[in-house]
Design a protein around this ligand. Structure first.
Ligand code: FEO
Length: 398
């Protein structure tokens, strides 16, 4: 579905909407995504990033609506991941393999590794500029946001920041700008941050400070996914500052799975205890909530409580899936506890506690174990666990 959007004089968004994608590396993309690419016309015509290989014909059709693709003189590759570089081989075949590709040092290495091709690479780093007639492109390396090769391209006089994965959202729709969609885009941006950039939060903090130091005038932010921030780019910059500081509030996420409702009933009791202390709580059954939605809720929660029955001397598989996912994203500033029912061996709570410690969370209680079915006293112990967690969290935040 072809669509070209003019975003400034001689600057066009020529990327593609992936309406159908619902799983992006284990991240649920309920509203699809976009692979944004940008065409900047001038004395030389520049294409910033490409799209996933399966959308390469759509990219070329979009470009043809503006210029003959052969008239592209320079390609800038901000990031090697294949949702942005996958169409480079086909594009270079059409526009000429000798045309220059500007990228970071790691970008060159990674593009060579991905496509087994030695293009006409020009390595750029922070502070380097490319002057073409009236336009000046400047480059800022943004290692690990999202890969070691990542960088931003900044169109100096126009104040347009092409930010690759940063400030993006997995959202594909009929609206293209922040002023069109309003604040309903923020939960998409938050989910994207929690699932993609969270492990690199210290680098986000450093980057925001660098942007400040460089005194960049940012009139517009064009990420490679989702909508363009043209009306108020400071809104997403401020949100990134908040998310990357990993500030938490009086909120707990109770994650659980259950075989015969015993652990589920304990989870409800734990949640009840937390709420009784006026701490917000999200009760998230791992077989009903997607792992990427769970981690989005964890981003600003001060407490994580995990429940699992013991199954074959271990924890439940879906709980293990979610715990593995959370561990990789390295959320900070959490207190934690575990609970669960068991039949005869009962290892789950101990295993969960070990996993929570490995994640760097502060365990505030040994946890609650219940054999078979929780009775009134067991549910009271579960409720009390919730109360204890809530009180500890309030103390920590006070
Ligand atoms: Fe959208 Fe790291 O790629």
């Amino acid at each position: 579905m072809y669509k070209v959007i003019k975003i400034d004089d001689g600057v066009y968004s020529v990327g593609c909407r992936d309406w159908d994608i619902r799983d992006f590396h284990g991240y649920s993309t309920y509203e699809g995504t976009t692979y944004n690419a940008f065409l900047v016309l001038g004395e030389k015509n520049v294409l910033i990033d490409t799209v996933k290989e399966t959308f390469s014909d759509e990219l070329l059709t979009n470009i043809r609506r503006i210029i003959d693709p052969k008239k592209i003189d320079i390609v800038i590759s901000n990031h090697t991941e294949m949702d942005h570089s996958g169409s480079i081989p086909k594009l270079m075949h059409i526009i000429g393999k000798d045309k220059p590709i500007y990228c970071s040092k790691m970008g060159k290495k990674n593009l060579k590794n991905h496509f087994n091709s030695d293009f006409n690479f020009h390595i750029v780093g922070t502070g380097d500029e490319l002057k073409i007639g009236k336009r000046t492109f400047s480059f800022i390396e943004t290692k690990m946001l999202h890969w070691p090769d990542s960088m931003f391209t900044y169109l100096v006089d126009e104040g347009i920041l092409f930010s690759s994965d940063a400030f993006g959202q997995h959202y594909s729709g009929d609206l293209f700008f922040d002023d069109e969609i309003g604040d309903q885009i923020i939960p998409h941006a938050k989910k994207y941050y929690a699932n993609i950039l969270l492990p690199f939060s210290s680098k986000v903090q450093a980057l925001l400070k660098d942007i400040d130091k460089l005194g960049l005038k940012i009139n517009m932010i064009c990420p490679d996914h989702g909508i363009i921030w043209r009306d108020d780019p400071s809104k997403i910059i401020k949100a990134y500052d908040k998310w990357s500081k990993q500030d938490v509030y009086a909120k707990a996420v109770v994650i659980f799975d259950s075989m015969w409702e015993s652990t589920a009933n304990m989870a409800k009791a734990v949640a009840g205890g937390i709420e009784s202390e006026a701490v917000n709580v999200r009760l998230m059954n791992t077989r009903k909530w997607h792992r990427s939605d769970i981690v989005t809720e964890i981003l600003d929660a001060g407490a994580v409580v995990v429940g699992s029955p013991t199954l074959n001397n271990g924890i439940f598989p879906v709980v293990a899936d979610v715990m593995t996912y959370i561990k990789g994203l390295r959320p900070q500033n959490k207190i934690a506890a575990a609970f669960g029912s068991y039949g005869w061996s009962g290892e789950a709570v101990k295993i969960l506690n070990g996993m929570l410690v490995e994640m760097g969370m502060e365990i505030v209680d040994d946890g609650v174990k219940v054999q078979y079915v929780p009775d009134k006293d067991d549910l009271k112990r579960s409720f009390d666990l919730g109360v204890k967690i809530a009180k500890k969290l309030k103390d920590k935040l006070s």
